[in-house]
Design a protein around this ligand. Structure first.
Ligand code: GTP
Ligand code: MG
Length: 664
């Protein structure tokens, strides 16, 4: 089962950590993306996992303990999958769980208003012989569209329990829990296909001797559809030549791929069932939401809307977060109270200047590490995460994806990559993991590279906005250079790595009002996660700097960096900020912030250093995530490109601005 082995669940920016559910009854939640699996997981377990209004929020598996009546059970949340035949990496993750875990109950969560598309997976799940319950979720939205569903009829047609829920309002949860508790499988329902498919399936079934968690019929059907993972699994378990001969022979009889054929026939069954079990009375008027939605996706209206959103984001994060709040914390709270107080206390307790410097003065743990973390980074990431959670909940991101698809196609990506790229502005580490939702390896590599190079994360964006505040010219230079680098490198990478450009298919969910509780919880978990990761690092950095200064190493390294910094026209003090940048991008940017405040960095050198630091290395966390997702060689290769490239861009920008005589 090597291919179906799962990666260990990582602690992500969402802060999800697995709970042990060993020995408990196992309930697996599966279903298409964006149908409410994670909301349902929260309802069943009382644990929060990220919930957003776009497909692909969950890319890893989360386990938690749930209470069903007086019984405890293990609940597993999975990434979305459209079909049992996986295309993307996260679908593969979801299916591996289904095949590898031997569940007691599988709950397929479905979006009721798209029931035709949902039932495909239902039929496939029934085919596997796993104990399935169909949960028709988002019932509120289906009802608003005038849909009525006869649950009893559906239940009879499918021969499995069917329940209806509105997960966000906790409606229908009791019935769902009861249905899970009293689940008893009666018999396997068989949906039949074309005669030639059936006879091939039967022959393969007879030959299959291994032990599988799902029915041999399902395995046979997947083999016929060219499922590589399943083929590898069968090869590991038993003699496969005879089986593969049947597969090849059957395939050769058709001019179209078997997958397509089987899907068509299944669609027929689904249509029949839907016709019998649902009625729809269409509401006449186009809703306001629908109009707004079109406005966001149309190029003519969509781009002004995007600019407006960026402006609003700038006002909230760049002005309110990065200026008003930072000013207050930095100058009032730290400048007037904490720093003088702590310095006084430390100086009175510790007579030696060298030891004092570990805690206070220019680079001390409190005066540098803690101050950066609390006074500069905290207000910025908090406002950013609030704004971002709201955007995620409304469903704007998939619409942005549709809008940007055209540009992205030119650089070898498709609109689906908008989501990881935009998420990069929140946290590049998390976004690197989300590149799993991209279909081809080529796209995943390009997106990872662009995330490492040209997408500054929230903390950095915030500090950069603060650095640029009050100088609109610089802001545009910064945005312009970053966009150009992004497009240029993306374009080059796409040229260098030839490959098929995948078709763009993305589900656009309805616009929804953000749920305040979700925005709050999500912001809270993210800020908490961020702090747990950042705080120790900032303190460690202060200690290392102290040690470095003690041994003279610090000055040596700063001197070393001051050469390339000098080439790009920066004052030698800026080298310190670059050294900080090795620890974390935001730490480096915060270093520049200090220099600007001290009046040491202004005009062209300021904008050059901001661009260079923004392009510069990814932080340690992102780097290790890149290693994990793309492998060592790729990660080191990317770093080897990014490091000199950042300085090169800085160098050219410096020449250009000076040559053109730009005054800033
Ligand atoms: N109106 C309404 N919205 C819902 C309901 N259930 C979930 N949602 C919303 O649907 C969106 C998706 O919910 P998630 O729980 O993240 O969906 P998911 O299935 O885990 O999605 P992926 O992780 O992308 O596979 C969020 O905006 C939820 O607030 C429901 O019953 N009614
Ligand atoms: Mg989810």
């Amino acid at each position: 089962m090597a291919l179906l082995r799962l990666r260990k669940n990582e602690k992500s920016c969402h802060g999800n950590i697995d709970e042990t559910v060993e020995g408990l009854e196992k309930i697996i939640l599966v279903g298409s993306p964006n149908v409410g699996k994670s909301v349902l997981f929260g309802n069943l377990t009382g644990r929060y996992v990220a919930v957003s209004n776009y497909p692909g929020t969950t890319v890893e598996v989360t386990r938690g303990k749930g209470r069903l009546g007086d019984k405890e059970a293990g609940v597993i949340d999975t990434p979305g999958m459209y079909s049992l035949l996986p295309i993307t990496e996260e679908e593969r993750v979801a299916r591996a769980i289904l095949l590898g875990e031997d569940p007691d109950v599988v709950v397929q969560v479905a979006d009721t208003k798209n029931i035709e598309r949902m039932l495909h997976l239902t039929l496939q799940l029934i085919e596997t012989g796993l104990p399935v319950i169909l949960d028709l979720n988002l019932m509120d939205e289906a009802e608003r569209l005038g849909m009525k569903i006869d649950l009893n009829m559906l239940q009879k047609e499918l021969d499995i329990p069917v329940v209806a829920t509105i997960a966000t309002e906790n409606k229908g949860m009791d019935i769902l829990k009861k249905t899970i508790l009293k689940y008893e499988k009666v018999r396997d329902r068989v949906f039949r296909y074309d005669e030639s498919v059936e006879s091939a399936t039967e022959k393969i079934e007879e030959l299959l001797r291994g032990e599988y968690n799902i029915s041999k019929r399902a395995i046979a059907l997947l083999l016929l559809q060219d499922d590589h993972d399943i083929r590898a699994m069968v090869r590991e378990q038993e003699g496969h030549e005879a089986i593969e001969r049947i597969v090849d022979e059957t395939k050769s009889r058709f001019s179209t791929p078997m997958n397509y054929l089987i899907t068509l026939q299944r669609q027929q069954v689904v249509n029949d069932i839907v016709e019998r079990a649902t009625t729809t009375v269409k509401p006449e008027a186009i809703e306001f939401r629908e109009r707004l939605s079109r406005l966001m996706m149309h190029p003519v209206t969509g781009i002004p809307f995007l600019l407006l959103s960026i402006y609003a984001l700038y006002e909230f994060v760049g002005v309110f977060g990065a200026q008003t709040s930072v000013d207050f914390l930095e100058h009032k709270v730290f400048g007037e109270y904490i720093n003088p107080f702590v310095t006084r206390v430390v100086s009175s307790i510790i007579p030696w200047r060298v030891v004092q410097e570990l805690f206070v003065h220019q680079y001390g743990i409190i005066t540098l590490g803690v101050r950066y973390a609390i006074a500069i980074i905290l207000p910025i990431v908090t406002t950013f995460f609030i704004a971002f959670s709201i955007i995620e909940d409304t469903g704007y991101l998939p619409r942005l994806a549709m809008l940007i698809d055209r540009i992205f196609k030119r650089i070898g990506l498709n609109g689906r990559a908008v989501i990881p790229v935009v998420l990069g502005f929140g946290c590049d580490t998390m976004a690197t993991m989300v590149t799993r939702t991209l279909e081809t390896r080529r796209e995943r590599i390009i997106a990872t590279l662009l995330l490492s190079l040209a997408i500054p994360c929230s903390a950095q964006v915030g500090v950069i906005l603060a650095l640029l505040s009050g100088n609109v010219k610089m802001l545009w230079i910064f945005i312009g250079v970053m966009t150009m680098v992004f497009l240029f490198v993306g374009y080059l990478a796409a040229r260098i790595m030839p490959g098929e450009r995948p078709l763009f298919y993305m589900e656009v969910p309805p616009l929804r009002w953000p749920k305040l509780s979700n925005v709050f919880t999500k912001t809270y978990t993210r800020v908490e996660w961020y702090f747990k990761e950042v705080f120790p690092l900032f303190i460690l950095a202060s200690i290392l700097i102290w040690l470095g200064r003690l041994t003279g190493l610090f000055d040596l390294v700063v001197k070393g960096i001051s050469y390339p910094a000098g080439w790009i026209g920066l004052p030698k003090e800026a080298a310190t900020a670059f050294l900080f940048g090795f620890f974390r991008r935001d730490f480096g940017a915060a270093g520049l912030y200090d220099l600007k405040n001290a009046g040491l960095l202004n005009g062209i050198p300021l904008v050059v250093s901001i661009v260079t630091i923004a392009l510069f290395m990814p932080c340690i966390a992102q780097f290790s995530m890149t290693i994990k997702e793309r492998g060592w060689k790729m990660a080191v290769g990317m770093a080897a490109f990014i490091f000199p490239f950042a300085f090169l861009v800085g160098y050219v920008l410096n020449l250009l601005l000076n040559g053109l005589g730009v005054t800033l």
